[in-house]
Design a protein around this ligand. Structure first.
Ligand code: B12
Ligand code: SF4
Length: 536
């Protein structure tokens, strides 16, 4: 009998030939695939669609679904099952709705939670002919997170690679499911594992890396102060250890080749922490997505984020990032119940005033697992709104051509009004004049032009294809994004550094001793090795 194959599929309706960021799960699950099953075949549909004929009877097909791509994922699963394969789902949406994946996606099995350990068990069981229905991956410890199989990636297809350093977030924003699925306790990977992966990526020509973390700044000054005031010494020690490991990681990132660029996401409280921002700059973490969400106190209250700043204080807080050399990608939400027509102009003016380098303006979406979703589902329970035969609270099951763009009614504005106003905000923030002005943050004319291209690409990929409704515009916009993405890929290509040495880590010691050992020993040696590599 021929050897069966394991396929891992990242579903997407939009294929651009080139993708911005690697879908990390694909390469982590490749690492979790037992050796007995051979190297898995990886299919990222954000590049190209899967070819059904590649799937043979008896193959195992693992599919990851988040809410936005669940319908496409289920179509791939059905196709694979029809071809006689074993179908297994995982990812955030399958974690929240395992029964849906079994029914609508015709799964044989679903892995909930982290797949690093559970996927291996599911494949082994499948090979032994005793696949179970549900595998509970739960929340594994940071030391169990697997390094990705970057050797299975085609570097020509991606602009940025993604490496995770921490999972979980202590906050509890009403529109976000991360704190519910990944938990509120931060789970950190050791900086050694993170650095080893990054060295491997730089060797194959990646110098742009997204740190795919829920919140890169998990311990704030307020957290430390509260623990001190409550005389909770155990908590204080735990928080200080998390913070110390963050600095440790940044110290080590700073020793990597100077042409590397990192980007992450975090809360704006880091604006108070000059020491942290300085360490980020030294570590070449050039930018961070910061969830601003709303510019008014009412808006922030509505999303349980009243610890965020508003008004003038918000502009000052965001400017602090820039003053410390960290660019901000401000993320704003429109469609909150407190929004009024004037909110749109006020928001874009604030984004311009605060000097954020990039911005995204997303429309309020009730993602499953969030407080907002729970509230909405309860409201809808008595008299559910239907689109065809699908209740609107299962909007991801509505075919994309007829899926409404907004799901929760706004008290004073129609969905069309919110959409049009949001589109105008994108247009204003990303008009040529505004981008040209922002491009002064780059060192020379060539970089300014690159910056302008990237800003337009960002706008097109995120606002153009996501918000525009009519298919003619979507098609044109996709073609434009495909062409621009291909051009932009060249901007991110770096000369591979196959000679880049691996770190020779000392054995696990008490952190402070390890720090001293690095400063006087291997750390200095490695820093010297990197310093002699050509920087861009
Ligand atoms: C980095 C990131 C991004 C990056 C990179 C995306 C990329 N190309 O990978 C960017 C910024 C581009 C992005 C964009 C968006 N994102 Co995002 N993103 C994340 C983030 C922070 C980390 C994802 C990651 O790489 N994790 C590391 C990998 C290893 O973990 P993982 O994906 O969870 O996979 C593990 C398990 O889930 C499981 N698993 C996953 N798949 C499978 C499959 C099988 C078969 C098995 C067995 C197991 C398994 O095993 C893996 C290893 O343990 C998550 C937050 C989160 N905690 O998930 C949000 C998150 C996934 N994003 C989210 C959203 C909403 C978006 C956007 C829609 C935002 C927007 N409004 O534009 C877009 C959509 C983009 C798209 N079309 O896919 C939501 C999804 C919510 C939902 N219910 O679907 C999340 C959960 C954040 C949130 N606030 O709620 N995102
Ligand atoms: S939105 Fe950001 S800060 Fe809020 S819970 Fe989610 S990850 Fe944490």
């Amino acid at each position: 009998m021929d050897q069966l194959s394991v396929h891992l599929v990242n579903p997407s309706d939009n294929s651009f030939g080139t993708a911005v960021i690697t879908p990390r799960w694909l390469f982590v699950l490749a690492a979790a695939t037992p050796r007995a099953a051979g190297d898995p075949i990886l299919v990222d549909e954000s590049l190209e669609q899967i070819v059904p004929e590649t799937i043979q009877p008896g193959d195992i097909v693992g599919i990851s679904v988040h809410t936005g791509n669940a319908l496409r994922g289920y179509a791939v699963g059905k196709m694979a099952r029809e071809r006689g394969a074993w179908v297994v789902y995982g990812g955030i949406h399958a974690t929240l709705f395992p029964e849906e994946a079994l029914k609508e996606g015709q799964a044989h099995a679903v892995v909930t939670g982290d797949g690093d350990v559970a996927w291996g068990k599911a494949v082994t069981d499948c090979l032994a002919g005793k696949l179970e229905r549900i595998y509970e991956g739960g929340r594994i410890g940071g030391s169990e997170f697997l390094a990705a199989r970057w050797d299975l990636m085609d570097p020509a297809k991606y602009m940025w690679a993604s490496v995770q350093t921490i999972r979980g977030c202590p906050k509890h924003c009403s529109f976000c499911s991360v704190w519910r699925t990944d938990g509120q306790k931060p789970r950190q990977r050791s900086h050694k594992r993170v650095i080893d992966e990054i060295v491997e990526l730089r060797r194959i020509g990646f110098r742009f890396i997204a740190l795919a973390d829920d919140n890169f700044y998990p311990v704030t000054f307020t957290d430390l102060r509260l623990a001190r005031e409550q005389k909770n010494m155990a908590k204080l020690e735990e928080l200080e250890a998390i913070r110390a490991e963050r600095f440790h990681l940044m110290d080590e990132l700073a020793k990597l080749p100077r042409d590397m660029v990192f980007y992450t996401q975090m809360t704006m409280e880091a604006g108070e922490d000059g020491e942290f921002l300085d360490a980020m700059r030294k570590a070449n973490i050039k930018g961070a997505l910061v969830g601003v969400e709303a510019v008014t106190p009412e808006g922030l209250k509505a999303v349980f984020k009243d610890w965020n700043y508003s008004g003038e204080a918000l502009a000052r807080q965001l400017q602090k990032f820039k003053a410390h050399g960290v660019h901000v990608l401000g993320s704003f939400i429109f469609g909150l119940p407190t929004d009024r027509p004037a909110t749109f102009d006020a928001t874009v003016e604030m984004a311009l005033k605060a000097g954020v380098t990039f911005a995204q303006f997303v429309m309020m979406t009730p993602f499953p697992g969030t407080v907002d979703f729970g509230r909405w589902e309860k409201e809808q329970a008595q008299n559910p709104t239907m689109v065809g035969d699908v209740p609107i609270t299962r909007y991801w099951m509505i075919p994309t051509e007829i899926r409404p763009k907004m799901f929760t009614p706004h008290p004073t504005m129609s969905s069309d009004e919110i959409r049009e106003r949001t589109q105008r905000v994108w247009d204003r923030f990303y008009n040529w004049g505004a981008i040209w002005q922002r491009s002064t943050c780059t060192p020379n004319l060539k970089s300014r032009i690159a910056f302008m291209f990237l800003s337009k690409l960002y706008r097109q990929m995120y606002a153009g294809t996501g918000i525009s409704t009519d298919s003619a515009r979507r098609k044109k916009s996709k073609a434009w994004a495909r062409w621009t993405a291909h051009q932009c890929k060249k901007l991110f290509q770096a000369k591979p550094m196959p000679e880049l040495p691996s770190r020779e880590w000392v054995h696990e010691l008490v952190p402070s001793i390890a720090r001293a050992a690095f400063a006087g020993g291997d750390g200095v040696k490695m820093a010297g090795a990197f310093a002699s590599t050509p920087a861009d």
